[in-house]
Design a protein around this ligand. Structure first.
Ligand SMILES: [Cu+2]
Length: 175
């Protein structure tokens, strides 16, 4: 009797638990838009990855992993005197429902110790390592396209010519 009841309970629990990941998968914890990695040339050791992140729950970005680079870091830009410098930070809060931009000249993801040149048109596997409000780790696997410039700024195929000069004013910051 008792074991039957327990078995029934276990089955019910298993059903509940197996349903949960399906629900989670249908809606990723973070919406990722316009992700791209800047193409690199042979001999170049590092490059940047950029995207717009909108968390659906309180999350903190605490790191990145990619097989394309020996080291992946979260970088911020800081004005040091009158020179913009980048430096690694250990976490970047993602308030729910608020788009957080990772872009050239601002916060960005840094891929260092590149294993091979990243060619425009290729895709780089990149895993976002996040923590939720309870401190539990959440990982999101992305396939990020390699490009010479941000998506939407000028599609290489349809644009008549590359726009002369970038208007960001961060041209001194190179990856
Ligand atoms: Cu950087």
């Amino acid at each position: 009797m008792k074991s039957l009841f327990l078995r029934g309970l276990a089955t019910a629990l298993a059903l509940l638990l197996s349903a949960a990941p399906v629900a989670a998968r249908s809606q990723a914890p973070v919406q990722v838009d316009d992700a791209w990695v800047r193409a690199s040339v042979p001999g170049q050791s590092g490059t940047g990855a950029f995207m717009r992140l909108t968390a659906r729950q309180p999350l903190t970005l605490v790191g990145i992993r990619t097989p394309a680079a020996g080291v992946g870091e979260i970088h911020e830009m800081r004005l040091d005197g009158d020179v913009m410098r980048m430096r690694a930070i250990t976490q970047m809060p993602l308030p729910p429902g608020q788009a957080v931009e990772l872009r050239p000249g601002g916060h960005h993801l840094m891929l260092m110790d590149l294993k091979a040149p990243l060619v425009s048109g290729a895709r780089v596997p990149l895993t976002l390592v996040l923590r939720d409000a309870h401190g539990a780790e959440v990982r999101m696997d992305l396939q990020v396209p390699v490009s010479l410039r941000a998506p939407g700024t000028a599609s290489a195929a349809s644009a008549p010519a590359p726009s002369p000069g970038h208007s960001h004013g961060h041209s001194q910051h190179r990856h």
